[in-house]
Write a protein that binds this ligand. Structure first.
Ligand code: 26Q
Length: 813
């Protein structure tokens, strides 16, 4: 890629030019935000030329492309990564230095697009980076939420949620494409008529929402390709109903506007949890209808109207079931708009759709009441009914008389639309996101389908982009690696393995350690800036950062901290390497138990801080408003990575990979991608504990688990749990954590006691931690483990993941 555009002097000139033209300001007069905007704009200029060229090339090329449909893209800030992809960081750093601007001053000015909840959304963002870098033609499609995931404040020992108004100062990276505006229709009535010997269905009296696309560039690293992330904004077709307006009926004059105004307003904050809200369904349909209409228009422009060619030219990837209505919408478009018959339309559709499952948790499986769908999307519902009828006929042939099995596999059953069954039955590919998860969906979640069409099922282990999660966020480690093994790993991350011999090189280990220490200091500064707190870089950083969820077991971590506190307080001779337990986690607004766990962690933090003795060895830090930027600051500083979900519940995990890449050692269960991490790093370089997925399933099935026995036998557990509710933590209101306590020992609301086996796994968890403390004292031993983890993390780059998707599923180029 030519990088001649980026001479220091030209960069300086264009930054000053932007400040003058956009704001009428000199460098001295400009605010930090204006400087940020000017710098970002100069990068955008460079991206633009490549972006246009990529589109032109793709038009001429006539190849296949993938549309990655996802209700979430958790992008994170883009300025620095775009500079990196343009190979321009060095030139920019020099230019900025001469202008007396530091990256740090302006980077924080960029609003973070938090258009996602957690793993699923962040994965989609990493995919965009690797797709472009591998030079694959792809378009990401999502919603341009006006408000992203809420901002979290921690006040009075608990979480409160504030709106994330990320667009208030505009978005330098987006470009509206007014020529691609489409209409999406809701509600209305379906009528049928005979036309040329076939039945034609039309929707009338519908409500119209316009979908306006805003594209953001996904810049390939060191290549010319720039792909688009298309974000759809909803707007009213006409701002006023003029008829109603002139009659003075102002309420109805703006009715149309109401639906339009809310569809792209806010991201639902639920992670791994399904709630059947009408607006959420409208968001899903809005996204898929707009995206598919565009895709078909693009196909027609390139290839005309031979729709049988579609599967060779386009593949639609359904990121979890949320965009699953794409299947039905494609059927509708092919039949109602393009005039195809059912059989032809379905054959094409089935060859165009691929589906990834991201969760096996029952409460996250998406199901919609049939009557809701029928009301909001009557034509879509009709097609679903017919699709289901034909599916059940086939199933009946295959499993005659097996009513239960067929109901379990059907799209419509007991008044609900089962999105997973829709996706599994109508896609040509279904994949899990780690080896273990792939096995579980085949053996359990989709067992009947897997028996019927085993070859449809596969797994592709997740990854993370090593450009954002190593090169950009940990530049010193990246430089050390390159100095040791050259820069091949940048394009071929599995070459990180060449680092392995260096674990036996004492001077390399020393430098690795110095960088880790430096990153801890940088993180402490970041924390000062962000929440006016500091953290001692001489402490071991023990990190659990992820959405707050019972299955992820932050409670197990907290309980262990509580026990450590008691050990320190009860035994004057107790000693351990000083450790700070760092949490970052948002809880969904309505998830009471998750919020209670946050209160417990914050209460422990206060309790420890009150004891001069305890706080010398033990601290608890909660990073407020956990997001991509916080992750970029903390992960390079982490020593220990907590991946402690109940086995069988975490489909993959991706934070585990980011931490491994940055030299953190994992303490974890054999769940999700931890299994593969332990194979890659080797048994000696990970701390495994707890039941495995098979044992969890067995004990669950037996139904004989009795946490009360553990409570009675284990003094440490008994003491900590008792203190949870005896006023030790909340002297003024000891009952605050009552239900947490009660759940662990007795269960609640029909749920079983300790449903996620916190007490059951406590013993082995605590022993694993004792081993961690012992090993951490042996600095050389620990560093060897850390280096090994970085060296073996290359497999977990999304460059490998995307190559696998392309080979097994998409077959682009
Ligand atoms: C569905 C319907 C209605 C409302 C909300 C939802 C919903 C929203 C978000 C369901 C699930 C999610 C998010 C799931 C998620 O993030 N799963 C994670 O995906 C990662 C990427 O594959 C995995 O690494 C994690 O293990 C998995 O938990």
């Amino acid at each position: 890629m030519p990088s001649t555009e980026f001479t220091k002097d030209r960069i300086k000139q264009s930054i000053l030019g932007k400040l003058q033209r956009y704001y009428g300001k000199t460098l001295d007069e400009a605010t930090s935000y204006q400087k940020y905007y000017a710098v970002a704009s100069t990068l955008r200029d460079q991206i633009m030329a490549r972006w246009v060229q990529s589109r032109e090339d793709d038009k001429k090329d006539g190849g296949k492309r993938v549309y990655y449909l996802s209700i979430e893209f958790l992008l994170g800030r883009m300025m620095f990564n775009n500079a990196l992809s343009l190979l321009a960081t060095e030139a920019y750093t020099k230019a900025l230095t001469e202008l007396e601007i530091s990256w740090r001053d302006i980077v924080y000015e960029e609003p973070e697009p938090g258009l996602g909840n957690g793993g699923l959304g962040r994965l989609a963002a990493c995919f965009m980076d690797s797709l472009a870098t591998l030079d694959l033609p792809a378009m990401g499609c999502t919603i341009r939420y006006e408000y992203g995931l809420f901002r979290q404040k921690l006040t009075g020992g608990q979480q409160i949620e504030l709106p994330d108004d990320w667009l208030q100062n505009g978005n330098v990276w987006e470009m509206a494409s007014m020529e691609d505006v489409v209409e999406v229709h809701f509600e209305g009535q379906v009528t049928s008529a005979q036309q040329d010997g076939r039945t034609v269905f039309t929707l009338s009296d519908y409500r119209t929402v316009e979908a306006v696309p805003y594209d953001m560039p996904a810049v390939g690293y060191g290549v010319n390709r720039v792909n688009s992330l298309r974000t759809w904004r909803a707007r009213s077709k006409q701002s006023l109903d003029l008829g109603a307006f002139s009659n003075g009926d102002f309420l109805n004059a703006t009715k149309e506007q109401d639906l339009a105004a809310v569809i792209s307003k806010v991201l639902y904050p639920e992670d791994n949890h399904y709630e059947g809200k009408t607006l959420r369904l409208c968001q899903h349909y809005f996204l898929v209808s707009a995206s598919l209409q565009y895709a078909l228009k693009d196909f027609e422009a390139r290839f005309g109207s031979d729709w049988r060619l579609l599967p060779e030219k386009a593949v639609f990837h359904i990121n979890d079931t949320h965009p699953g209505l794409a299947i039905v919408e494609l059927m509708r478009l092919l039949m109602d708009e393009k005039g195809l018959g059912w059989d032809e339309a379905q054959a094409i559709t089935n060859r165009c759709m691929a589906y990834t499952n991201h969760t096996v948790m029952a409460e996250a499986l998406e199901r919609w009441p049939e009557d809701l769908l029928k009301r909001q999307l009557p034509r879509i519902y009709m097609i679903l009914e017919e699709m289901n009828r034909r599916l059940c006929e086939k199933l009946w042939d295959r499993f005659p008389g097996e009513w239960d099995r067929i109901a379990h596999m059907a799209i419509l059953a007991y008044g609900m639309v089962h999105m997973a069954n829709l996706c599994v039955s109508q896609s040509f590919s279904v994949n899990g996101v780690s080896k273990l998860h792939g096995d579980i969906i085949k053996a359990d979640t989709f067992r009947d389908y897997a028996q019927m069409t085993p070859r449809k099922f596969t797994f592709i282990t997740n990854g993370v982009t090593h450009r954002r999660w190593l090169m950009a966020c940990n530049p010193r480690l990246a430089a050390l690696i390159t100095e040791a093994i050259g820069d091949k790993w940048v394009r071929e991350p599995q070459a990180l393995r060449d680092l392995l011999p260096f674990r036996d090189d004492a001077s390399f280990r020393e430098r690795f350690q110095i960088i880790k220490r430096h990153n801890k200091e940088v993180f402490s500064d970041f924390l000062t800036h962000r929440q006016d707190m500091q953290v001692d870089p001489d402490f071991m950083f023990d990190v659990q950062v992820k959405r707050l969820h019972e299955y992820k077991r932050q409670l197990l971590n907290a309980l262990h901290i509580h026990v450590l506190y008691n050990r320190i307080m009860d035994d004057p001779n107790f000693d351990m390497p000083p450790r700070v337990f760092i949490f970052g986690a948002k809880a969904s607004r309505g998830y009471a138990k998750a919020k209670m766990i946050i209160r417990y962690v914050l209460a422990l933090s206060r309790l420890i801080d009150r004891s001069p003795r305890a706080k010398k060895l033990l601290r608890v830090l909660f990073v407020e408003n956990w997001n991509v930027s916080a992750a970029e600051a903390l992960i390079p500083a982490a020593d220990l990575s907590e991946q402690i979900s109940t086995a069988g519940k975490e489909a993959s995990g991706t934070g585990n990979m980011k931490l491994m890449m940055n030299g953190a050692v994992t303490i974890g269960t054999l769940d999700g991608a931890n299994v593969e991490i332990s194979h890659a790093a080797g048994r000696d370089n990970i701390y495994l504990f707890g039941m495995n997925a098979g044992q969890v399933a067995a004990i669950y099935k037996e139904g004989t688990y009795n946490p009360m026995g553990l409570f009675e036998r284990n003094v440490e557990i008994r003491k900590a749990l008792t203190q949870m509710i005896d006023g030790t933590l909340f002297p003024d209101n000891p009952a605050i954590l009552q239900s947490l306590y009660h759940d662990l020992l007795f269960g609640s609301g029909g749920g079983r006691a300790d449903n996620y086996f916190v007490l059951r796994d406590f013993g082995t968890y605590s022993s694993a931690h004792d081993q961690v403390s012992e090993d951490y004292r042996d600095r050389e031993l620990w560093l060897k483990k850390a280096v090994t983890n970085t060296a073996m993390s290359g497999y977990f780059s999304t460059d490998r993941t995307i190559a696998d998707y392309n080979e097994k599923i998409w077959r682009l180029k």
